[in-house]
Design a protein around this ligand. Structure first.
Ligand code: FAD
Ligand code: SIN
Length: 537
């Protein structure tokens, strides 16, 4: 298989890019599962954007959205990048509505929601299933776009680069090895422009809001290919994930109750009914997420309670059903009537703020390799992402990346000096019949990350995690090379890599900032005001 653009991932980043790129050449989009198994499709709250005057909250302006983003990012955002992305908010809304996304409106005006850390109402949404609506429109558009082919159940295994082939020319990407999950075959996909749009890594943690696909494949593949990775210590924990130990099934353990519910007046309370977040920050339940999640963690540890509560019982009857129908109905299914009882909630891993380092056009440190969306670290989020900025980032960078490629990309002239790409060698490795090894290691990684590397950290716990992960990496590597690959082994290998990168970054940061809080260095230190940068070579 050969394509002008090989896009790995079909969330907002991958599809926004692919649809535009198809005007300039052939596009292949790979998805490791089905088209709606992405963080994008699960997004609830909406997409932050400052609209032209008359269409947005009175007095809102780009500079306020910039200021809120910088404030949430705790001193580590790249201000120029923040401004560029936020200035393009209205263009993103045009782009998405052009594909048929139906955001909620009141008359001619978009209905705007609010979330933690935002100083104005600026979140466009489609009730509480914004992501599903965006995914629907993008998938329909992509399916009707000439020059664009989507291959579902195709999992990228590894990137192919000149350095990996031992060529003595400047390192650049040549394509990827890809597993067809149905046939079990691994093939070479050739392209000198590979776009990683593989999303985040929530599944590294035991409790997460993310779907199963979020195993950090893009960061792991980029790392193995020698790309620069940054800021992986900044994992965002969403404060309000449903706590429901009686319910069975993964959806009950990862069900998100959108921050937009707090934007509409929902209040976090403790088991005595007190609003404990006000004691921590004057913005109370609507402070940025790092602050609220830490306040909950502190409250749980202080009281020994298993959860706190999100109270919306004061809202008028019928409000939740009308504004948040998906959340309302699902809570009912789990036996909770939020009109009459507070919702039990706990924090869960939600978003990866760091990732593959790129510029504001998605370019990584490896020639021809681009990264867009949650997999990337552009400088927008710094040490903590402002709510609803990620859908925005995915679309903006996708548009910028294709413009940059069309204007500046020149194919490499030195084709003759590139050695041929070898076919994938399954060798005589056995079928992975010992699945228990995979499941055991998978569980162990996720539990140790939850226990040792979550909201509040210590040097001791991080070092313990690093030691365990070194042993697990060795075991997983042996298993990987000893068996025929399948998606489970690939994901396990990526999980252990990403977990190790998170721990390595966390160990290097000798302060508390944004989402990284350690009891050994509880203050924010001026001298540490820099990204944590990891380079393999
Ligand atoms: P994704 O949408 O996650 O897509 C990744 C794609 O890569 C998938 O298609 C996956 O199958 C594919 N993939 C991964 N690995 C491979 C591989 N090895 N080979 C082939 N394909 C692969 N953000 C907001 O801005 N607003 C919100 O309201 C909001 N709500 C959220 C609610 C939830 C429950 C969650 C989990 C996240 C939410 N976020 C929200 C965050 C936001 O949804 C994500 O950051 C964003 O959608 C990421 O988009 P993406 O295109 O980068 O990745
Ligand atoms: C939410 O709806 O609470 C999620 C918003 C986000 O993660 O940006």
């Amino acid at each position: 298989m050969t394509a002008d653009f090989l896009v790995i991932g079909a969330g907002i980043a991958g599809l926004s890019f692919a649809i535009r790129a198809a005007k300039h050449g052939s596009v292949l989009v790979l998805v490791k599962g089905g088209l709606f198994e992405s963080n994008t499709a699960w997004a609830q709250g909406g997409i932050a954007s400052v609209l032209p005057p008359g269409l947005c909250d009175e007095g809102d302006e780009v500079e306020k959205h910039v200021a809120d983003t910088l404030d949430a990012g705790a001193g580590l955002c790249d201000e120029a990048v923040v401004r560029k992305i936020i200035e393009e908010g209205a263009a993103t809304v045009d782009d998405l509505t052009g594909y048929g996304v139906e955001f909620d409106k009141q008359g001619d005006h978009f209905q705007l929601g609010k979330e933690g850390g935002h100083s104005a109402r600026r979140i466009l949404h489609a009730r509480d299933t914004t992501g599903r609506e965006i995914a629907r429109a993008l998938v329909e558009t992509a399916r009707n776009t000439p020059n664009l082919t989507i291959l579902e159940h195709h999992c990228a295994v590894d990137l192919i680069t000149t350095a990996k082939l031992g060529a003595v020319i400047d390192d650049r990407v040549l394509g990827a090895y890809v597993l067809n999950r149905k046939s079990g075959e691994v093939s070479v996909f050739h392209s000198d422009r590979v776009i990683l749009a593989t999303g985040g890594c929530g599944k590294v943690y035991l409790y997460t809001t993310n779907p199963d696909a979020a195993t950090g494949d893009g960061v792991a593949m980029a790392w193995r290919a020698g790309a620069t990775i940054s800021n992986m210590e900044f994992i965002q924990f969403h404060p309000t994930c449903l706590y429901n130990p009686a319910a069975i099934g993964p959806e009950a353990r990862s069900f998100l109750v959108s921050e937009a519910v707090r934007g509409e007046g929902g209040i976090l309370i403790d088991h005595k009914g007190e609003d404990f977040t006000r004691k921590i920050d004057p913005r109370g339940s609507l402070a940025p997420r790092d602050i609220v999640a830490r306040a909950i963690d502190r409250e749980l540890k202080r009281t020994g309670a298993p959860c706190v509560y999100l109270d919306v019982t004061h809202k008028p009857k019928g409000f939740m059903k009308e504004r948040f129908p998906y959340i309302y109905e699902n809570l009912l299914k789990f036996g909770i009537d939020c009109e009459t009882q507070p919702i039990p909630v706990v924090p869960a891993a939600h978003y990866q703020c760091g990732g593959v380092v790129t510029d504001v056009d998605g370019k990584t440190s490896v020639r021809g390799l681009y990264a867009i969306g949650e997999v990337a670290c552009t400088g927008l989020h710094g040490a903590n992402r402002l709510a609803s900025n990620s859908l925005l980032e995915g679309n903006v960078i996708a548009r910028r990346a294709i413009e940059q490629m069309v204007d500046f990309y020149s194919p490499d002239k030195a084709q003759e000096s590139i050695p041929p790409i070898p076919e994938w060698e399954h060798g005589d490795t056995a079928e992975p019949d010992e699945l228990v090894v995979i499941y055991h290691n998978w569980d162990e990684i996720r539990r140790l990350m939850w226990d040792y590397v979550s909201i509040v950290r210590t040097e001791n716990r991080l070092r313990r995690a690093a030691t365990r992960l070194r042993n697990l990496s060795k075991e997983v590597r042996e298993f990987y090379w000893g068996h025929r690959v399948n998606a489970d082994i690939l994901e396990l290998r990526n999980l252990v890599t990403v977990a190790s990168l998170i721990v390595e970054c966390a160990i290097r940061r000798k302060e508390s900032r944004g989402l990284h809080y350690t009891l050994d260095h509880p203050d924010t230190a001026d001298r540490e005001k820099h990204d944590t940068v990891l380079r393999k070579f």
